[in-house]
Design a binder for this molecule. Structure first.
Ligand code: TK8
Length: 341
């Protein structure tokens, strides 16, 4: 029985190969073109809103442009971590990536504006930046580097976790080994706070915490919960020290080669998936604090006064980085934040 099935399957494959080969030679140029493969790299797992939104993007593109594009979403840095995958998109060896902006500031220093501690004050403020002229301006700076920004997803407000002790003030951080993203502002800020920061790709963080080569890390609540960091971390402080975007990027040359109507549909699908992503992420951000507690974590909520202490301790970072980012851009960014209702 099994043998028959295998034989039948082999016959079918052979038959379909003959049909498609015949089709190509007979119909020549009129034959249907194979779908353009768009692989999207994700650093986190399949349950994260960023991955879920990429799947929404896939569904929209494939239903509105049937047979023309084959979107494939990959999780867990299978196609490389944020830095490597983005490099791939720049070089054209990978089509798309959904990445944190922070590790890319070597490419476009202006993206560092997001990394200034406490500069984004609410989700609404983030939207005002994303969907207003500042977001557009910063996104466009990727184009000379060969990358097109399709949409702003969000990673969110970053919170500190660690396995050593409860953190309520910078003093509690003394000597603590904290993993950071590969970003110079994050490194300076954690040094200014008295910690011992170590940059490393996200895919290595869980194991490093498990093996205690680092004491802690910082990421938004959805990532902390969905990556099961509660299995290796005891304390979470709701510090919200930095708000980070996730950005959906595509190789620019490839995008420019698509027909205008397709570009429009792809851009619309990206923006629609971004709205879904932000909504899902924000819901998880509030829902999962309770889940972290249920899983044994001590959740520390800081008072506004306690937050002020962290804020003051990282002020020097502004003095150092505003000239490098551009005074005007920082002011524009801050105005968008202040104007968010
Ligand atoms: C996942 C990263 C992650 C980021 C980090 O690819 O590295 O800590 O917050 O979300 O983008």
């Amino acid at each position: 029985m099994k043998k028959h099935l295998i034989l039948a399957a082999a016959l079918l494959t052979a038959l379909s190969m003959m049909v498609s080969a015949g089709g190509a030679s007979e119909k020549g140029a009129a034959a249907a073109k194979p779908a353009v493969v768009l692989k999207i790299s994700n650093g986190i797992n399949e349950s994260h809103p960023t991955y879920l939104a990429c799947v929404e993007f896939e569904k929209m593109v494939e239903s509105r442009l049937p047979g023309k594009y084959d979107v494939q979403v990959y999780a867990n840095a299978q196609l490389g971590d944020d830095v490597r995958a983005t490099e791939g998109v720049r070089m054209g060896t990978l089509e798309m990536v959904a990445t944190s902006a922070s590790p890319l500031t070597g490419l476009v220093p202006e993206f560092n504006v997001f990394d200034l501690p406490f500069i984004v004050t609410s989700f609404k403020a983030a939207d005002a930046v994303y969907d207003g002229p500042v977001g557009k301006k910063i996104g466009a700076l990727l184009e000379p580097k060969g990358i097109k920004l399709l949409a702003y997803y969000e990673n969110g407000f970053r919170q500190l976790t660690n396995s050593a002790r409860e953190v309520k003030s910078p003093e509690d951080l003394r000597g603590m080994k904290v993993r950071t993203m590969q970003n110079p502002i994050h490194l300076s800020a954690w040094r200014a706070l008295g910690a011992n920061p170590t940059p490393m790709p996200f895919s290595e963080v869980f194991t490093a915490m498990q093996q205690k080569t680092i004491d802690g890390q910082e990421n938004p609540i959805p990532t902390i919960y969905l990556s099961k960091f509660y299995e290796v971390q005891k304390y979470v402080t709701l510090s919200g020290h930095v708000y980070g975007p996730h950005i959906l990027l595509i190789n620019k040359k490839l995008f420019d080669s698509f027909p205008g109507e397709d570009q429009k549909i792809i851009s619309e699908a990206a923006q629609a998936s971004a709205l879904f992503q932000r909504e899902t992420n924000r819901k998880m951000d509030s829902d999962f604090v309770a889940e972290l507690k249920k899983n044994g974590m001590t959740v520390t909520v800081l008072t506004p006064e306690q937050i002020k202490v962290f804020q003051n301790a990282t002020k020097a970072v502004y003095d150092e980085w505003i000239p490098k980012i551009g005074k005007e851009l920082v002011a524009e960014f801050q105005a968008a934040v202040a104007g968010a209702k």
